[in-house]
Write a protein that binds this ligand. Structure first.
Ligand SMILES: CCCCC/C=C/C(=O)SCCNC(=O)CCNC(=O)[C@H](O)C(C)(C)COP(=O)(O)OP(=O)(O)OC[C@H]1O[C@@H](n2cnc3c(N)ncnc32)[C@H](O)[C@@H]1OP(=O)(O)O
Length: 389
């Protein structure tokens, strides 16, 4: 027992000494200005704030204790004393942060909370919640939900190279933000018409092989992002979906579809082959025969059929799709986020390696297909308006 305590104690000391440099870096930037008077005024101000949530309350508690008593030296509460253990953990995590810095950080935190609570009494317009830096997407964060909306409605949300890259960026950011769940959807009448076929036209001076190579890397990284995404990922399929936008649905946790949505993977028509791990997920989800009809013969299926075959979780009438889906998602987003994330990971970890291997193999085959006459002709026919799906 004594040994266990000692080990814990040594670990805590180690953790503290590791954390100090990062915290001190922050300190030197804020330059320790808060006086005792500022601190006392922050203490009165905090009582007037509306409930900032448990995470912030823990931060405030930890900074208060550090500012008034210094580093945490009290014994760690038992595992079942959940509240006191969380408080102790938060305080202990501050390591040897100097009292003055903790005081400054407390004042800064309260001042930040006061200004955000002043503005949060009004409903922010959509434009304010919109995250900057995306040209092909609209990414918003609200009600613990990160919504990634493909935003090329005039081109049926066809996925350009830029959009592949922006979706990867948005997913990486969403995996680290405070959101509980992440949703991918489309703006306009289509969910997405799949790969933008003009992606095949900008051939570099090194030739078509080089183009196929860079396309393969892009597609591999894109699909890997979906395989590895750590939080619940939901597709809100607002309209027809084609190609890559359909195949990756097998990697989502939940797929809601409008009754107007259709699902189409015309790979043979395009001289191509399945991607997005669909060669594995589709037969597993819908059985090999139904998967073959879609992936080999390019059969377009309705939302109701996709639901009956297990690719779609639930179909909503198009007229109420947005309202019903977002009401459902807002309720889900209030569930404990860590529990949801961990449950997802337990499910995904069972076959993550396999999915990565399948992704790599599908892309190896597809890269060869891109160099075939069948593929070149199909793309040319679309671009010269000789053929649509
Ligand atoms: C990194 C590489 C990854 C490769 C793996 C991915 C594979 C796939 O995703 S395969 C699937 C590729 N997608 C298609 O083949 C769809 C092609 N599009 C169509 O067949 C039709 O556009 C339609 C059925 C989706 C919609 O038809 P319609 O309602 O008649 O609308 P328009 O054809 O007039 O479309 C409006 C506008 O949008 C352009 N557009 C639509 N889809 C694409 C696309 N996939 N790629 C490029 N452009 C697309 C269309 O050309 C029109 O443009 P404008 O003529 O300039 O208005």
């Amino acid at each position: 027992m004594a040994h266990t305590k000692r080990t814990l104690c040594v670990r805590n000391q180690k953790r503290r000494s590791l954390q100090v440099p990062a915290l001190q870096l922050h300190v030197s930037k804020t330059a320790m200005r808060a006086s005792q008077k500022d601190f006392e005024s922050a203490l009165s101000q905090v009582k007037l704030l509306k409930d900032p949530g448990n995470e912030v309350k823990l931060k405030l508690y930890a900074l208060y204790k550090q500012a008034t008593e210094g580093p945490c030296n009290t014994p760690k509460p038992g595992v079942f004393d959940l509240i006191n253990k969380a408080k102790w953990d938060a305080w202990n995590a501050l390591g040897s942060l100097p009292k003055e810095t903790a005081r400054q950080n407390y004042v800064d935190l309260v001042s930040g909370l006061s200004s955000s609570s002043d503005s949060s009494s009004q409903v922010k317009p959509e434009a304010d919640r919109k995250q900057p830096g995306y040209e092909t997407l609209v990414v918003t964060y609200e009600d613990s939900i990160t919504k990634i909306m493909m935003n090329r409605p005039a081109k049926k949300n066809a996925v350009t190279t830029q959009m592949y890259n922006e979706i990867m960026l948005a997913l990486k950011a969403a995996s680290k933000d405070d959101s509980a769940i992440t949703v991918l959807t489309g703006n306009g009448d289509y969910y997405s018409s799949g790969n933008d076929l003009t992606n095949f036209t900008d051939i570099p001076p090194e030739g078509i092989e080089e183009k196929a190579k860079s396309g393969a890397i892009l597609l591999r990284d894109f699909v890997d992002c979906f395989i590895d995404f750590p939080k619940p990922l939901i597709a809100a399929v607002n309209g027809p979906a084609v190609g890559i936008s359909v195949t990756i649905l097998g990697l989502f946790d939940t797929v809601y579809a409008s009754s107007r949505a259709t699902f189409h993977t015309p790979f043979s028509h395009l001289g191509q082959s399945p991607e997005g791990c669909s060669s594995y997920t589709f037969p597993k989800i819908m059985g090999p025969a139904k998967a073959a009809e879609m992936l080999i013969f390019g059969k377009k299926i309705t939302a109701a059929e996709a639901c009956a075959q297990g690719l779609v979780t639930e179909v909503f009438p198009d007229s109420t799709f947005q309202k019903e889906v977002w009401t459902r998602l807002k309720a889900y987003s209030k569930l404990p986020p860590n529990a949801m994330r961990i449950s997802k990971q337990v499910i995904r970890n069972r076959e993550k390696e396999k999915l990565h291997a399948i992704n790599a193999e599908e892309i190896r085959v597809l890269q060869e297909r891109w160099l075939s006459d069948e593929c070149t002709n199909a793309v040319m026919n679309f671009l010269t308006r000789k053929a649509k799906l």
